[in-house]
Design a protein around this ligand. Sequence first.
Ligand SMILES: Cc1cc2nc3c(=O)[nH]c(=O)nc-3n(C[C@H](O)[C@H](O)[C@H](O)COP(=O)(O)O)c2cc1C
Length: 453
Amino acid sequence: MKTTTKQLKLGVFVLHAGYHLAGWRHPEAISGGENLALMIEIAKTAEAGKLDMLFFPDVPGSTADSTPSVISRFEPLTLLSTLSAHTKHIGLAATASTTYHEPMNVARMFASLDHLSQGRAAWNLVTTLAKEAAGNFGAHEHLKHADRYARATEFVQIVRGLWDSWEDDAFPRDKASGQYFDVSKLHTLNFRGETLSVRGPLNLNRPPQGHPVVVVAGASEDGRRLAASHADVSFTAQHDLATAQAYYRDIKEKTRLAGRHPEEVLVMPAVVPVIGATEREAKEKFDLLQSLTPIEQAIPLLSFFLGHDVSKLPLDEPLPNLGSSEAMKSRTDLLLELALKERWTVRQLALSVAASRGHLLVVGTPETVADTLEHWFKAGAADGFNIMPPYFPGGLRDFVDGVVPLLQARGLFRRDYTGTTLREHLGLQRPRHPQTMAHEVRDRSPSLTPTLA
Ligand SMILES: Cc1cc2nc3c(=O)[nH]c(=O)nc-3n(C[C@H](O)[C@H](O)[C@H](O)COP(=O)(O)O)c2cc1C
C-alpha cells in the first residue's frame, strides 16, 4: 500500500460529444466541436476543480462511420492557443501524430503554446490509431505498427533536441551593445536517423518548461518502451485493478532500466464516471445512456477499436477470437480478453465499448467514484487519472462538484494550485539544458569537459 503525501494527478479528456457514444443525446448535454463557448466552459470548470490538465485527443481525418466527437472538431492546438487566454493555471494537452506530422512543426507548435500559456503545454505523442488517416497525407496505407514506433522514437528525440536549440537566457536584447541574442547559446541539432533527419535550430526561444510535458498513450511493448525512455506521462486504458497494477509496475521498471528514476514517468489510466446523487440515480443515468445507443452505431465503433470488421458477425453469439490488430495492439488485446473473460456476445461488447471503450467505468455516487480512485492510487495502479465525462458540461461538473471535494477532504488532491507550470502541478522536474549541465561538470572537474556541436 502507498503511504505517502503524494497526491493524485487529474486530467480531463475532452470529447465534446461526451465519452459515452450517446452522451450528446443526454437531456442535459451540450455538444459541438466548433462550439467555442462550450470549450471555454469546460476549461473553466476543470480549472475551478484545480485539475492538472485539459486533454484534447485528435485523429487527422474521419469517415462516415466516425462518431459525433470525431466527425467535426477544432484542430486541438489551435483551440488550446485560444483556451490559454481564458485560463491561468490548468495544463493544456493535445495530441499530435508522429506519423502524420514533421518534428520541426510539432516542436514549434508546442513550444509556442508553452510560451503563450507561460509553461502549461503538453504533447500527447501518438502514432495515430486510425488507418484511414493515411489517405489524407498522400499515403496508400498506414505504416505498420513497428514502423510507426520506429519513426516515433526518432521523432521525439528530434523534438526534445529542437527544444534545446537555445540555452536559457540566450536573448539579452541589449540595445546598448546591439546584442539581440547570444550565439554561443544557440545549438544546431543536425539529427540524422534511419527515418528522419532534421538540421535545426528551432526558431523560437527555449520553452518556459524547458520541455513541454510529453505524454505517450501507446501501451503495446513498443509503446511502453517509448514511454519509459522518452515520456513524462503514460496514458493507458485499464479496466481492472490487477492488470492496471501490472502495467504500472512494468512502466516503472522499464523507466528504471532506461536509466531514469521511476517517478519521472507518471502513469495515468482513464476512468469514465457516471455519477448520481444516489446509486440508483447513477444506474438510471447509465441505463438511459445505454438505451440511447443504437446497436447500428455501436458496431462500427467496435470494429474501429478491434481493427476488425465485426458487422457481419451474429450479434448475440460470443465474439470469436479475432486476433490482435496493427491499428492499436494493446486496446484490441484488452477488448478481446474482456469479451472472452466475461463471455460477452458481440452486442454486449459493442455496448460496453460505446460506454467506455475498454477504460474503467464507475457508475455510482461521488463517494463510490472517490473510493475507487483512492483504492487504485493507494494500491499502486495509478499516479493519477484521466477523467472521461460521459457528456458535457454536466458530466464534468458532477465530478468537479461531487468527487473533487471528497478527494481534497481525504488529502488526496490539491485544494489550490501552488505552482504556475504544468510540470510544477505534476511534480516533474524542468529539464535542464544539456549545455548547462556540461558547464557544471566542467566547472566541477576541468579535465572531464565534454563538447557539444
Ligand atoms: C488516454 C488515451 C488517449 C489517446 N488519445 C489518442 C489520440 O488522441 N489519437 C490517437 O490516434 N490515438 C490515441 N490513443 C491511442 C494510442 O495512441 C494507441 O493507439 C493505443 O493506446 C494503442 O497503443 P499500442 O498500439 O501501442 O498498443 C489514446 C490512448 C489513450 C489510452
